[in-house]
Design a binder for this molecule. Structure first.
Ligand code: GLN
Length: 482
């Protein structure tokens, strides 16, 4: 096995025992980045010197007989909307160019406490708005599996870094699918945690009521390992759950013979691409042959979930993005008056997709329209949660395609916002409902992977990780670096 394909669990174990030098391993990952970045563009910032220095420290600690922690030496890529002290944090936007947060996100603190080596900040759709990583102001990321295609988004850089072998683990954020979508298209595993399970302190907000930071990895054990490090209560995030903790990252030993899986019809039939659905069914039939019970169920509200999601997300985004006015963070355009400066900064600093959402979000929140759009969307949101929880009272997990189409070609979807938004049909329900969901590799279509998504009950991560492990056994799809 090549070094860049090694699971994080093994890297950490070997580094802790002194059988692998963190410097040798991290150098190899950085070399990989050097060789692939021209084509892939997974990173906005590569932290070459910092990473090597840190790896040296880890090796020295091991030499002194100390234990650097559960991620000893492991190369982790961090999405560029998660604060790493002193490192540029652009969110894929021109407006945050040059912004260096003076603090670490809680998840980053936790990574460092366990001996991780942060190798870089990954490319993303601007402010996490998109599903292809093409709205980034720093150029699109390409899918290492098939360079004509996108890696998904918005955490596309994180998925691509894993598939290219320029990181061993990665953090993403998921507001409406941004971890699961790139996981599906890059042949990796991605978990959107239960709302409140992971601290959002230090995550640049897009839509606070929907989003979570979560782990991405090339196999289930790595996914659980990274999750175990970042999960848990944080007094600095008021939405953080009190009873969340490392127990949520356990991989439950799931007996397939006792597993009841509900297949959401709407997420494996029209308008879902037949070739994608075929791969999902292939996986489900394997689980069935292992003894699982697989029944079709219906979630008719799926069609309403998408508009409800976009109304809530845009409303929150328009408020969140009001803070970028040139006075505090990053980029500032010149102007004779304060007003001119603010207008110029925002005009030049934001890309078109972000502007569209600020305008639509402000419109949605106008007095007179609030009842018509926002309040209605909140009602749909509660109904979606109720419907999903009711299905989950009869089935342990619910499944469907993660993405309704194979990885699009660059430029194919991003031109038409509605086409872009419809890509999220399968992922947004979990965010509206606040429940955990995991995407696992199901197969290959058009030279790039596609995924299956399992949703579970609130705090059902151990079960989802157990199911993920079963899928991994069924497909043999793991540790793929292309
Ligand atoms: N594609 C969705 C959006 O643009 C989800 C993005 C995300 O999860 N951050 O809103």
């Amino acid at each position: 096995m090549r070094i860049e394909e090694m699971p994080a669990t093994i890297v950490a174990e070997m580094v802790r025992r002194g059988d692998l030098s963190a410097v040798d391993y991290v150098s190899r990952i950085l070399e990989r980045a050097e060789r692939t970045e021209d084509r892939v563009n997974a990173y906005i910032t590569l932290l070459k010197d910092l990473a090597l220095k840190r790896a040296e420290e880890i090796d020295r600690a091991v030499g002194r007989g100390e234990d650097p922690g559960r991620l000893a030496g492991v190369a982790v890529a961090v999405k560029d909307n998660i604060a790493v002290r002193g490192v540029e944090n652009t969110c894929g936007s021109r407006i945050l160019k040059g912004y260096r947060p003076p603090f670490n996100a809680t998840v980053v603190e936790r990574l460092l406490m366990e001996g991780a080596v942060i190798v870089g900040k990954t490319n993303m759709d601007e402010f996490a708005m998109g599903s292809t990583t093409e709205t980034s102001a720093y150029g699109p990321t390409r899918n290492p599996w098939n360079l004509e295609r996108v890696p998904g988004g918005s955490s596309g850089g994180s998925g691509a870094a894993l598939a290219a072998g320029s990181a061993t683990l990665a953090l993403g954020s998921d507001t409406g699918g941004s971890i699961r979508c790139p996981a599906a298209y890059t042949g990796t595993y991605g978990l959107k945690p239960t709302y409140g399970a992971v601290s959002r302190y230090g995550l640049v907000p897009y839509a606070n009521s929907l989003e979570q930071i979560g782990p991405m990895a090339r196999n289930t054990e790595d996914l659980a390992l990274l999750y175990s490090v970042i999960v848990g209560h944080d007094p600095r995030d008021s939405t953080s759950l009190r009873d969340s903790g490392a127990h949520l990252a356990r991989i439950e030993n799931v007996d397939p013979a006792k597993l009841r899986i509900g297949v959401i019809r709407e997420l494996v039939e029209e308008p879902v691409d037949k070739r994608v659905a075929r791969e999902v069914w292939r996986l489900l039939h394997k689980l069935e042959s292992m003894g699982a019970e697989v029944d079709e169920v219906s979630l008719p509200l799926v069609d309403y979930a998408l508009p409800a999601y976009y109304i809530v997300a845009m409303a929150e985004a328009s408020s969140n993005l009001a803070r970028y006015d040139g006075t505090r963070y990053g980029f500032r355009a010149p102007g004779a008056t304060w007003e001119e400066m603010v207008v110029e900064t925002r005009t030049r600093g934001f890309g078109w997709e972000v502007k569209r959402r600020i305008m639509l979000g402000s419109f949605i929140l106008l007095a007179g329209y609030v009842e018509q759009y926002y309040v209605k969307a909140l009602r749909v949101r509660s109904a979606v949660r109720r419907e999903i929880l009711s299905l989950l009272s009869r089935h342990h997990v619910l499944v469907g395609a993660t993405m309704p189409i194979p990885a699009p070609r660059l430029g194919e979807r991003v031109k038409d916002p509605l086409l872009l938004y419809t890509m999220d049909i399968a992922t947004v329900p979990a965010n509206l409902a606040g429940i955990p969901a995991v995407s696992v590799p199901a197969g290959i279509v058009d030279g790039a992977p596609v995924g299956a998504q399992f949703m579970g009950p609130p705090m059902g991560e151990p079960l989802l990780l157990g199911v993920s492990k079963l899928c991994e056994e069924a497909t043999g799809f793991r540790d793929r670096v292309v």
